[in-house]
Design a binder for this molecule. Structure first.
Ligand code: UFG
Length: 326
């Protein structure tokens, strides 16, 4: 049984991670400032601490009190558009606060770290599917903030022996199959929850951003990866670090691309009704195609996604939306 601190464990992906580690018997502590997370998403059995990872004194007290075996970091601002408008917020929250956390870890001899990174570190794809060696040329402050932390982690390995795994998510989606946890962003900007909110009548329609991309149906293609599969990859990366593994980076996706239209069509089949769809202009900064090459995670970690069927990913997200609606 390992003692793990999960920063951002009340958020979408973090809450699924907490559930997974509690259920496998780890001792889990959650630090979250609830700026976008939800207290009721913290799985029972985890110990919750309300606070910010930018709070050095709080972190110092926490690390004095507990000898953590590893830290997992899910607490970040994640909106690309907002990052362009408010870069300062992104560099303070995503870079500076993370550096504070890393400093406190080093000071307390905690040297295993799992980091939520993103496909946004690559920028506009130069080839696809995108493997780990693809050039890193992020095109917005969000992607740059994540890439900066990845570089900081390389330096912290060389200087302080801090071992980390950076997991670069493509399009995280879905929910745990029991309908108890799911995606609850405010504002919501992600395609699948927005499509399902339109299906549920919470929104009037789903806007299709751009119809003239260089893809078969003209809409953007993405690689949707089930949140439970993402968490399985984190657990495997954690076990590898706990067993003495070296630093590594992994791209996480299914390797299958679906267009915006295909997502909407699949959602219509899952929910069994027509979903109102409206053509809208392109959203700035959207690459036409983003597909992951996840061979490294499969071969090195033994990762195998269980839910690689888009209909199943959407079905689980739909169960959650219905459970929320009561
Ligand atoms: N889309 C719509 N209508 C909407 C919302 C989204 O057509 O109302 C489209 C987008 O234009 C895009 C696709 O649906 O083509 C997926 O959009 P999401 O916002 O769900 O996801 P992104 O691919 O933009 O974002 C994901 C991650 C980010 C990461 C980014 C990397 O969520 O964290 O990939 O480019 F930065």
């Amino acid at each position: 049984m390992a003692k793990i601190l999960i920063v951002g464990g009340a958020g979408y992906i973090g809450s699924h991670m907490v559930m997974s580690l509690v259920l496998r018997g780890d001792s889990v502590f959650v630090l979250d400032n609830l700026s976008s997370g939800h207290l009721d998403a913290v799985w029972p059995g985890a110990e919750f601490i309300h606070g910010s990872l930018a709070d050095r004194d709080l972190l110092t007290r926490l690390f004095n009190e507990h000898q953590f075996d590893a830290v997992m970091h899910f607490a970040a601002c994640i909106e690309v558009g907002e990052s362009v408008k408010h870069p300062s917020k992104y560099y303070h929250n995503n870079v500076e606060a993370t550096l504070t956390l890393l400093d406190v870890m080093v000071a307390h001899g905690v040297n295993k770290f799992i980091f939520s990174s993103t496909a946004a570190v690559f920028g506009e794809p130069q080839y696809t599917p995108i493997d780990e060696a693809h050039p890193k040329q992020p095109v917005n402050p969000y992607g740059r903030s994540k890439w900066m932390v990845e570089q900081i982690l390389q330096d912290f390995d060389h200087a302080y022996g801090l071992k980390s795994a950076c997991l670069r998510y493509f399009n995280a989606a879905g929910a745990e199959p029991g309908g108890r946890l799911g995606e609850r962003h405010d504002p919501e900007t992600h395609l699948i929850p927005l499509v399902l909110q339109a299906a549920a009548g919470i929104r009037p329609d789903i806007k299709v951003f751009g119809q003239d991309y260089d893809t078969e149906d003209g809409t953007c293609i993405r690689d949707y990866i089930h949140v439970v599969d993402l968490c399985d990859a984190h657990a495997l990366a954690l076990d590898q670090l706990l067993a003495g593994g070296e630093c590594a980076q992994y791209n996480l996706g299914n390797g299958n691309g679906f267009s915006v239209r295909q997502v909407i069509e699949t959602a219509q089949q899952v929910v069994g009704r027509e979903i109102p769809m409206v053509n809208a202009p392109r959203r700035a900064g959207d690459p036409a195609v983003l597909i992951a090459d996840s061979h490294r995670a499969k071969s090195v970690l033994g990762w195998q996604p269980q839910y690689d069927d888009l209909a199943v990913i959407i079905e689980h997200a739909w169960q959650y939306i219905r459970s929320q609606a009561g």
